[in-house]
Structure formats: structure tokens, C-alpha cells
Design a protein around this ligand. Structure first.
Ligand code: 13P
Ligand code: SF4
Length: 332
């Protein structure tokens, strides 16, 4: 009988250093498929002198591999203002790309999916702000960065979840309007003497969490540390152990090293942080942001290949909106 001996194929892992960062989350077979897009993106970034800014809610295959700058909204805005790349790809949602464009009018800013919106940004228009000004003459308007450039243009200053209290107090007035997130406004009001007039916008991801969720988590996972984003309702914040922006919550985990922890926010955040701290136990009740999830590796690749979708802001709006963002960066 004829027997043929085939050499055992040598299986090599593409980008072994990158794979090490995500191997607890992505099985080898899936990685071998993702690797083609990652290779193309790394090459295109070099050819186009591009950077990828990735928000903490991006999936680990993006966040831990092709993201050059990762972080919360404030960090992405700050880094967008500093980068010397010619092209910025925003792996996040549209308002983040617009903010990057405001701070870099001469650069090309791309978003891999134009439909990546935000329920907060959709909850208010520039006309709403004009009405609020008429109703509350002389009261400064502090606008969350989760808004369109047109809304920012009508505002006095922007804020993010990591500097809201600081910005509100830096204005040195007894009363401000803070919009559009009602819960961020109420959670900030609980920390300051400044009176805050809120709007009725909500984040579709964070409004779902309830105090009952926290109680049942504490019952089923004794000793658990509960972190919650300030876009959650105040009743949730009242029962958590720590609240802060996505970056502040990641820092808290790094510093405090809670043996068992839950982060009440978007799903990928826990996935990304858990990969950095394999010794900690992460409990992961999930609330997905459908807008953030529109961004994928193939879409980032396509975006760099075709230089789409370019984010532009009407110059008349951009100038006033930039002032509000720059004022925040200066104050915060
Ligand atoms: P951070 O600024 O905390 O990253 O929050 C952005 C966001 O969209 C939260 O839902
Ligand atoms: Fe907007 Fe909420 Fe999604 Fe953040 S998580 S982008 S606030 S819808």
C-alpha cells in the first residue's frame, strides 16, 4: 500500500504581538480572518499618514489593535487637537468626528459609517437652544459634546462626562443651562452649588439601568464593586460605588483593582478593560450602543481605502462651535 506523508503545516499567528492583547477574547480562527483587515489598515495608515481615534466603546478587535489613540470623548478631542497626522479616522460616533474636524479644519476627518449617530445628539436642535436662551436670558449654556456642531455653535461652552462639574463651576455664575442629557445634568447638580437647568435628552444605553439591577447584582455577586457612567439615572448613581467618564472608570479599575467588578455602561467597555486586567472578575450585564457598533474593522479599512466618509462642517457653524469646544479645553 502506498502511503504519502504530508508535512505538518506550521501554523503561524498573524501579528502575534497584537494577538496577545486580545487572545482571551478572540479565538485563533476568528483572528486569522480579522488579520487581513488589520494588515490592510496598518498599511493604509502609513501610506496616508492617518491615525485611528477609537472610543472606549469600540470592540476589542478595533480598540486593542488598530486604535492609535483610545479613550473617552475628552481624550479623543484633546488628541485630535494635537495630532500631526493628515487624516483622522474616527472609530466612534458622528459627534466625535465632528469635534475632531472642528479642532482640525485643515485635516481630513473620516467616519467609517455615516449613520453612527447618538440618541443624545438627536434629542436637541439649534432652534431648541435659541428658544432656551429666550426663556432664560443671560444664563450660560453648557453643552455636552454629544451634540451636533450646529448645537455647539449656539452654546457658550462644551463639557464631557469627565469635566462637567469643573466647567459648570469655572463659569463663576449661580445658574447654568446644561444640555441635552438630563441625567448628566442632574448627576452634576448633585455635586455642585451651581443651579442647573436640564433638558430632557437621554442616552438609550444608560437610561436602561435601574437601581434594582444594582441590588440584584449585589445579591448574586457578593462583594461586587459597581461602577456606573454619569449618563445613568441619578437613582442608579446613588447606589453605585463610583461614577465617572469611561476613562475615569477604567482608571478606577486600574488603581483600585476590585476583585469583582461590574461597569454599568456600554458592553465593549468591560471587554476592553477586562483584557487589561485578567486577574479581576468582570460581571458583564450588557447594554449595546447600536451606533458605536456600526463601526467595524472592514468599514475602517474601506474608509481608508476610499477616503470616505469625509466629515465636513459648514464654516459659518464651525467657527462658533469651535469656540465652545476650545473654551472647554482651555477651562478643563
Ligand atoms: P465618555 O466621554 O465618558 O467616553 O462618554 C461618551 C459616551 O458616548 C457615553 O455614552
Ligand atoms: Fe450616544 Fe449613548 Fe451611544 Fe454614547 S452610548 S454614543 S451617549 S447613544
Amino acid at each position: 500500500m502506498l502511503q504519502t506523508a504530508y508535512p505538518t503545516p506550521r501554523i503561524t499567528t498573524p501579528f502575534p504581538e497584537l494577538y496577545k492583547r486580545v487572545e482571551r477574547h478572540i479565538p485563533p480562527f476568528e483572528w486569522s480572518i480579522l488579520a487581513a483587515d488589520i494588515a490592510a489598515i496598518l498599511k493604509l495608515k502609513e501610506e496616508r499618514n492617518a491615525v485611528v481615534l477609537a472610543h472606549n466603546y469600540q470592540t476589542p478587535d478595533i480598540f486593542h489593535t488598530v486604535g492609535d489613540i483610545v479613550g473617552d470623548s475628552l481624550a479623543l478631542a484633546r488628541e485630535a487637537a494635537r495630532t500631526d497626522a493628515d487624516v483622522i479616522v474616527l472609530a466612534g460616533v458622528h459627534f466625535m468626528a465632528e469635534t475632531a474636524k472642528l479642532l482640525n479644519p485643515a485635516k481630513t476627518v473620516l467616519i467609517p459609517d455615516l449613520e453612527a449617530g447618538c440618541s443624545l445628539a438627536a434629542s436637541i436642535t439649534a432652534a431648541d437652544i435659541q428658544l432656551l436662551r429666550q426663556r432664560h436670558p443671560g444664563v450660560p449654556i453648557v453643552t455636552y459634546v454629544n451634540t451636533s456642531a450646529a448645537v455647539k455653535a449656539e452654546s457658550d461652552v462644551c463639557c464631557t462626562s469627565s469635566n462637567a462639574k469643573k466647567i459648570v463651576e469655572a463659569l463663576g455664575v449661580p445658574r447654568v443651562i446644561m444640555l441635552p442629557d438630563e441625567y448628566l445634568a442632574r448627576n452634576t447638580a448633585a455635586l455642585t452649588k451651581v443651579e442647573i437647568i436640564a433638558w430632557k435628552g437621554h442616552c438609550e444605553v444608560h437610561e436602561r439601568f435601574t437601581p434594582e439591577d444594582i441590588r440584584s447584582l449585589r445579591e448574586s455577586h457578593p462583594g461586587i464593586t459597581v461602577l456606573a457612567h454619569p449618563e445613568c439615572p441619578p437613582e442608579v448613581i446613588a447606589e453605585c460605588d463610583f461614577t465617572g467618564s469611561t476613562a475615569a472608570m477604567a482608571d478606577y479599575v486600574g488603581k483600585e483593582r476590585p476583585a469583582r467588578v461590574v461597569i454599568l455602561t456600554e458592553c465593549s467597555m468591560s471587554d476592553n478593560v477586562a483584557l487589561q486586567y485578567p486577574d479581576l472578575e468582570f460581571v458583564r450585564p450588557c447594554s449595546l450602543c447600536p451606533h458605536m457598533k456600526r463601526i467595524t474593522l472592514p468599514k475602517i479599512r474601506h474608509s481608508l481605502e476610499t477616503m470616505t466618509h469625509e466629515v465636513t462642517v459648514d464654516p459659518a457653524i464651525a467657527e462658533r462651535a469651535r469656540r465652545a469646544v476650545e473654551r472647554m479645553l482651555a477651562l478643563g
